[in-house]
Unconditional design. Structure first.
Length: 293
């Protein structure tokens, strides 16, 4: 049994922390939102009064925060956990963040002899709840091997993507495909409706044809798959603002390496427009926005 500090108990973090307790680990949790802590405590986690309390004297410290800004504020700088914890500690950041933030974590780790992995995930809230997340991990092989049994309590596919930041690199490449697929899938269902083809029939045919994708088969934007946000009034799930964030991370990374991503940029414009009024809506809700254009 490991002692784990878990910080960030939102859509993803809460079910992930719960799965760690189900695997009999000692999970000490912190979030700015007391109701998120209460939910985790009901599932067997132990409440901490601060991020520092959650992280002190733990075998692993897992962060699942919205973006680089929150990760930097919790972990980096003079008041960050990496400076505050003088004993060597093991940090696993599962948030999706920019390459510079991930690099900053790996660099800061050397100061107090900490270990760090960037370990973003794919699979959404359903994957977090059903323990079927995919982890994309960047960092030293030894650290990866040590963390793997812990990550396996929350996910099914645990990949070592490579050196520091390669987990985030894999995640942003994956999500730029997802963002584009979701728009393409939405456009297909909009056109099908105009042509009198039923959504169910298109889903059945395309799922067995070359238009198949995760956006189509597991997260269809048309309301035909029970349990998806589309069948729940597009309640997130994976908020549109998070998808916009991920597309912007990819665009920013591409600029840094002199690469152009024209379709990702177009998808970014569409999500940016959608987010002006619907940032909290699930990203698959972009189908309703595209119908109005
Ligand atoms: P969320 O907004 O639901 O949860 C984030 C949690 O962090 C919130 O509970 C918030 O109160 C807490 N928080 C923010 N600042 C904090 C601080 N300073 N101290 C303590 N707690 C703080 O986000 P989410 O959907 O759970 O996503 C988390 C991360 O996972 C993001 O980086 C996202 O891109 C990534 N992700 C999300 C999904 C998804 O389907 N939701 C899928 C894959 C990856």
């Amino acid at each position: 049994m490991a002692k784990i500090g878990f910080i960030g108990l939102g859509h993803m973090g809460n079910p992930m922390a719960r799965n760690l307790t189900k695997a009999k680990h000692d999970v000490h949790v912190f979030d700015l939102d007391q109701s998120a802590i209460d939910t985790a405590v009901k599932a067997g986690c132990i409440a901490a009064a601060s991020a520092l309390e959650a992280a002190t004297a733990k075998d692993f410290i897992i962060t699942m925060l919205p973006a680089g800004k929150q990760v930097r504020s919790i972990l980096l700088g003079d008041n960050g956990l990496m400076a505050q914890l003088t004993e060597p500690s093991f940090f696993i950041d599962c948030s999706t963040v920019d390459i510079a933030t991930a690099l900053g974590l790996h660099a800061a780790a050397t100061v107090n002899g900490h270990s760090v992995l960037d370990a973003p995930v794919s699979g959404g809230v359903t994957g977090a709840e059903s323990r079927t997340l995919t982890f994309m991990v960047g960092g030293l092989v030894d650290a990866f091997e040590k963390a793997k049994p812990i990550l396996a309590c929350m996910g099914k596919n645990i990949f070592h993507a490579g050196a520091a930041t390669h987990g985030q690199a894999a995640k942003m490449c994956n999500n730029l495909m997802l963002g584009i697929h979701m728009i393409g899938t939405s456009e297909a269902f909009i056109l099908a409706e105009k042509l009198g083809l039923s959504a169910e029939t298109l889903h059945q045919i395309a799922s067995a044809s070359s238009g198949q994708s995760w956006a189509l088969s597991k997260y269809c934007p048309a309301p035909i798959l029970p349990g998806t946000p589309a069948c729940n009034n597009y309640k997130a799930g994976f908020a549109a603002a998070m998808m916009l964030k991920d597309l912007n991370l990819a665009i920013e990374a591409a600029h840094h390496c002199d690469t152009s991503l024209p379709l990702t940029e177009k998808a970014g414009y569409l999500y940016d427009d959608f987010c002006k009024e619907h940032a909290d809506v699930d990203f698959s809700g972009i189908i309703e926005f595209l119908k109005t254009r």
